[in-house]
Write a protein that binds this ligand. Structure first.
Ligand code: ADP
Length: 336
C-alpha cells in the first residue's frame, strides 16, 4: 500500500526526517509516536506532498509520488487544528473536497449524508460550525477527510486539542470506525495511550529517525531501548551488567540472551513486581490512585525505586515497610 524508503527532509541545517523507512499495509492502522519535534508532522506532510524530500521515495499502490500534486495523491488528511471553514455549514465543509475534485451535485449530497452518518452526525448538515462542540467539530473534520474515499487516511494529532474524557471516547470510536471501513490509516500522535489503543503497529520516532516499529503489545513488553520504554510510561528500569547470558541486578539475575558483556538496564514489567511478605525490603514513599488499582512507589533498601501496582484495595500507606518479589521472566533487557 504505502511504502516510504530512505526518506530525508531538511529545513536549512535542520534534518527533520532522517533515512526513514515506513510501510503501511492495506487495511492497517499505523501510529507514528514520538515526542514533540521528532519529525512526525514533517513525515506526514512529505507523504502528502506538502514538503519536498531531500532524498528518498514515497510509493502509494505502486505509484511513485515524486512530482505528483498533493490533491492528485489519493490521500485524505486531517490536522490537529481541524481548520473547518467557519463561514460554511457542516455539509459545506464536508462537501468542499468533493467539489474541488469535480464531483457532481447529486453525488456530493449523497456522499455528505453517508459520511456524516458514519461519524455519528446524522442530521447535522445544516448546522453552523461555530455552534458545534469540540468533539463534534473534530468529527466534521474527520468526515471531510473520509469523504473522497482516500486510499490512505492520514491524521495528524486529530484529538490533540480535546480534553481527556472526550479523547478517550473518540479513540474507541475511531478504532471501531477504521475497522468497519477497513481504512488504511497513518496516524500521528505524541500520546502513547492513544497510539497503543489505536494502532495495529506503532512506529516510534526520535530526532527524525525510526527507533522501533512493532505491534503495541510487543512494543510494551520488548521496547528497543530505555528511551522507548520510558516514553511508553514504563518506570521500572534498574541498572545491570551482563555476565554469561544473565543480567545481574541488585534484585537478582534475569535472563539476557544475546547481549554483549557490559552495562545494560533491566525493565521490570508491571506484572513482574508484587508486594509480598518476604522479598526485597523497602519503604513506600508515594501512593497514586489509578482507578481499579493503586500504584505505590517503593524505595528499596538495595537502592532502586520501583512502582508496584496493588490490586484489591489493600495498598499500604506511605511510610509502610514492605517487601517486593520479582518474577525474572517478566523482564526485558535494554541498552541504558
Ligand atoms: P513533530 O511533528 O514530531 O512535533 P515536526 O515534524 O513538526 O515535529 O518538526 C521536526 C523538526 O523540524 C523540528 O526541529 C522543527 O522545528 C523543524 N521544522 C518543522 N517544520 C519546519 C519549517 N517549516 N521550517 C523550519 N523548520 C521546521
Amino acid at each position: 500500500m504505502l511504502s516510504v524508503r530512505d526518506l530525508t527532509v531538511r529545513f536549512g541545517d535542520t534534518v527533520a526526517v532522517a533515512d526513514v523507512d515506513l510501510d503501511v499495509g492495506a487495511g492497517e492502522v499505523v501510529c507514528v509516536l514520538g515526542p514533540s519535534g521528532c519529525g512526525k508532522s514533517t513525515l506526514l506532510r512529505t507523504i502528502a506532498g506538502l514538503e519536498r524530500p531531500a532524498a528518498g521515495e514515497v510509493v502509494l499502490d505502486g505509484r511513485d509520488l515524486a512530482g505528483v500534486r498533493p490533491d492528485q495523491r489519493g490521500l485524505g488528511m486531517m490536522f490537529q487544528d481541524g481548520a473547518l471553514f467557519p463561514h460554511r455549514d457542516v455539509a459545506g465543509n464536508v462537501a468542499f473536497g468533493l467539489r474541488m475534485r469535480g464531483w457532481d451535485r447529486a453525488d456530493v449530497t449523497a456522499r455528505v449524508h453517508e459520511v456524516l452518518a458514519l461519524v455519528g452526525l446524522r442530521g447535522f448538515g445544516g448546522r453552523e460550525v461555530s455552534t458545534l462542540s469540540g468533539g463534534e467539530q473534530q468529527r466534521v473534520a474527520l468526515a471531510r477527510a473520509l469523504a473522497p474515499e482516500p486510499n490512505l487516511l492520514m491524521l495528524d494529532e486529530p484529538l490533540g486539542s480535546l480534553d481527556r474524557g472526550l479523547r478517550d471516547r473518540l479513540i474507541g470510536e475511531l478504532r471501531e470506525l477504521f475497522d468497519r471501513l477497513g481504512s488504511t490509516v497513518l496516524y500521528v500522535t505524541h500520546d502513547q495511550d492513544e497510539a497503543l489503543a489505536l494502532a495495529d503497529r506503532v512506529v516510534v520516532m526520535r530526532a527524525g529517525r525510526v527507533v522501533q516499529a512493532a505491534p503495541p503489545d510487543e512494543l510494551w513488553r520488548r521496547p528497543a531501548d530505555a528511551f522507548v520504554a520510558r516514553f511508553l510510561g514504563q518506570t521500572n528500569l534498574v541498572a545491570a551488567h551482563i555476565e554469561d547470558d544473565r543480567a545481574v541486578t541488585v534484585l537478582g539475575d534475569v535472563p539476557a540472551r544475546g547481549h554483549r558483556d557490559g552495562d545494560v538496564a533491566v525493565l521490570f514489567l508491571p506484572d513482574a513486581l508484587r508486594l509480598t511478605r518476604d522479598g526485597h525490603r523497602g519503604v513506600v514513599t508515594a501512593r497514586r490512585f489509578a482507578g481499579d488499582h493503586v500504584v505505590v512507589t517503593v524505595e528499596l533498601a538495595a537502592g532502586p525505586q520501583l512502582e508496584v501496582a496493588c490490586w484489591g484495595g489493600d495498598a499500604p500507606a506511605v511510610g509502610s515497610d514492605v517487601a517486593v518479589t520479582v518474577d525474572p521472566d517478566a523482564t526485558w533487557v535494554v541498552d541504558p
